[in-house]
Design a protein around this ligand. Sequence first.
Ligand code: NDP
Length: 395
Amino acid sequence: MGRVLIIGAGGVGGVVAHKCAQVPEVFQHITLASRTLSRCEKIRDDVLALTGRKIDVAQVDADNVPETVALIRKVKPDLVLNVALPYQDLTLMDACLEAGVNYLDTANYEPKDVAKFEYKWQWAYKDKFEKAGLMALLGSGFDPGVTNVFCAYAQKHLFDEIHTVDIVDCNAGSHGKAFATNFNPEINLREVTQDGKYWENGKWVDVKSMSVSETFDFPGVGPRKAYLIYHEELESLVLHLKGLKKIRFWMTFGDEYLTHMRVLQNVGMTRIDPVMYKGTPVVPMEFLKCLLPDPASLAEGYTGKTSIGCIIEGIKDGKPRKVFLYNICDHAECYKEVHAQAVSYTTGVPAMIGAMMMMTGAWKKAGVVHMEQMNPDAFLEKLGQHGLPWHVKEL
Ligand code: NDP
């Protein structure tokens, strides 16, 4: 049915390429482009071996708008699917506008020199995308992504009013390394070293990093301690959920992870400002990234499960109701299917489904659009069919 240009050949990019290749009736032509061509070639060969499909590869620096526009004009995709890093969001949106192509990403923009993510930079593109009659779908991963769609589904089918949402994210898997991050180390560490924040009664409430915790009973995993952190989907969900009083985001971290992180933070290794070393400016966080395992390399031998979902409370037919919408995903099963671990898989599958929604016309809206603004039913139907079955549990 169409042509897709995937940008970014990391852990998530690999899953997206495999999953698009599994659906030839939608993704007739696939090009995978990234900064390092050899990573695209490795994924191309793996996709051919596992699915029998040939995909094209290309080298591109997505920070460079003219170079990216030239690639888009050559490939002529219906959609650019951005699974590079959040730093590339705005240049890729600029390139899509110039070349007249729809856009999708899985993480919101953050400037390289400030560890702060906010939608304001991408929301500023709303008029431009509307005028061009193009769609930019933001945050089509798991969280953000499926969590937003779970909220939209709950609002449409399960509640008359939603009062509280707790998004809970547990990775109970084991990769056997002393310390590693499950997606890009730089982006992951910037996210978890920030102070936490949640929204209650119309106001944002700040909390010190990792200072608030609670134990949740994660389906398929059991009780685990999770920490309140700030996460980007809160910013759009407070605008789109009717009657909302409180929304928070929780993530589990093992004691080993927290100890490593505290030490790295205390010695300055998570700093994002340049430090002079022997006459050369070095950004400690960027150097640390070079030392840590590549998230894609964790996949082989990773065991255990992820369990991610939304615990939602509110009112239905005049009575209080509390439900848990969730997915459980097994690292080893993901490896068997697409040679990836579950964190890459749970991001890559929804990215492919978001692209499918746009390319088939099931989701069509000009402008800058969040997942919860679209009809959740078709998306969730496909999510289950393509590897991420989901469940609703009455609490
Ligand atoms: P990786 O670091 O494994 O991969 C990133 C890829 O982007 C690499 O191939 C890298 O190239 C490429 N890249 C970086 N800069 C450029 C550039 N200027 N031009 C072209 N390509 C570039 O990250 P992940 O695959 O783990 O994560 C990908 C995205 O997914 C991130 O934005 C992350 O925040 C997001 N994510 C979203 C989640 C969700 O649930 N919504 C969960 C997990 C991740 P090179 O190989 O040269 O370094």
